[in-house]
Ligand binder design. Structure first.
Ligand code: TXA
Ligand code: MG
Length: 349
């Protein structure tokens, strides 16, 4: 990322995906956010993937507030965000060589490592499991917040449980209103989908959640293939079949069928929202249409904002063009499949 025209209150940042993002966070805002974290409050902050809803990871009461505000079922573990890889030793009981290799290559960045936990890590954070999720994010506001705070910040994505993650500060406010103490506005997040999660607590490294960093890149650094998650792999709600879902029913399909269905449904008076990569935009009464980028990085960057916009269009159905099945679309297809499975029930199933 490069910084231009910085003053105390506003920064323009050009991100990896090439768009410009305005950061509205001053040193004073960071101080204010640190004070809130230290007094047990919640702070939403930008990361390069999605916004996080953070609390002091060493304060179980503060961590409990995250679950209450998010409506997240108890026992679902959280990621602990750190300012740098040196801090791994405070949170993990064992740090295998594979973890060091991945951290060296991908941190700060959109990768979460699951490691055996250190004794001091509370059950509130790990959901009572003997592992902990760690990540050093690369967003400058997240890094500044973490460095000034000094400790670990436990943070899930800043959205209500099972819903679409937030990629702007406005999304976070829309999700939670006055229920959180502070939202740091770091502009649109860069990657747009949640971090890749690799489990290094078992016999062989396993991919628990696909993300922007793909299996081939991970395997190259690890020097070995990734295993499929073991049957007794740690629980990861992001891996539940139903997750990341808009409230409107979402259906994934090939473009030809989408075009046909959009025409048929609108003809009988249904309101249809569509997300497709073609430049051929059909015109029908009652059709809301978003043309998605055909480049996977740009598609991921805009995915959740697009799903929110379509969800809010008041339609009966959202139709989404099935992206290609190639490796570079893996994480996007994963999120779309879960969105198509619908919102989770209140018990998180
Ligand atoms: O990009 C991201 O990872 C964002 C930003 C804010 O860092 N965070 C995020 O958090 O997506 P969340 O809570 O929405 O998803 C984290 C996933 C969940 O599926 C959780 O179950 C899993 O990480 N997880 C956390 N701790 C774990 C553990 N000890 N073992 C297995 N999975 C774990
Ligand atoms: Mg989440």
């Amino acid at each position: 990322m490069c910084f231009y025209g910085a003053n105390d209150a506003s920064w323009l940042v050009q991100t990896r995906t090439g768009h410009w993002s305005r950061i509205l966070v001053s040193d004073k805002d960071i101080e204010h956010a640190v004070a809130i974290l230290k007094s047990g409050g919640l702070v939403a902050f930008p990361t390069e993937t999605v916004y996080g809803l953070g609390a002091d990871a060493s304060n179980s009461e503060a961590v409990a507030k995250i679950f209450a505000v998010k409506g997240r079922p108890a026992g679902h573990p959280l990621i602990v965000h750190l300012a740098d890889a040196v801090q791994i030793a405070n949170w993990a009981g064992e740090v295998p060589e594979a973890a060091r290799k991945l951290a060296r290559k991908f941190w700060p960045g959109p990768l979460t490592l699951i490691l055996r936990r250190a004794p001091r890590v509370s059950d509130a954070v790990t959901g009572g499991q003997d592992t902990v999720a760690l990540r050093v994010p690369s967003h400058p506001v997240a890094l500044q917040l973490l460095a000034r705070f000094g400790g670990g910040i436990a943070a899930p994505s800043a959205n209500r449980h099972g819903r679409v993650s937030a990629t702007t500060a406005a999304h976070v406010r829309h999700e939670f209103g006055q229920a959180i103490d502070c939202v740091l506005d770091g502009g649109e997040t860069d990657v747009g989908i949640e971090s890749t999660i690799v489990d290094l607590s078992g016999a062989a490294p396993a991919l628990l959640r696909p993300g922007w960093i793909g299996p081939a890149e991970l395997e190259q650094v690890l020097g070995m293939p990734l295993a499929a998650p073991a049957a007794d792999a740690p629980r990861a709600p992001g891996t539940l079949a139903k997750h990341y879902a808009p409230q409107t029913q979402l259906i994934l399909m090939e473009l030809d069928l989408l075009m046909e269905l959009a025409a048929t449904l609108t003809r009988v008076g249904k309101r249809v929202a569509a997300l497709a990569m073609t430049g051929r935009r059909p015109v029908h009464e009652g059709l809301t249409w978003i043309a998605a980028p055909s480049d996977p990085a740009a598609y991921a960057h805009t995915l959740y904002a697009n799903l929110r916009e379509l969800d809010e269009a008041g339609c009966d159905t959202i139709l989404v063009e099935q992206p290609p099945q190639s490796a570079e679309w893996m994480a996007i297809n994963d999120r779309l499949l879960r969105a198509a499975a619908g919102a989770p029930a209140r018990d998180g199933t």
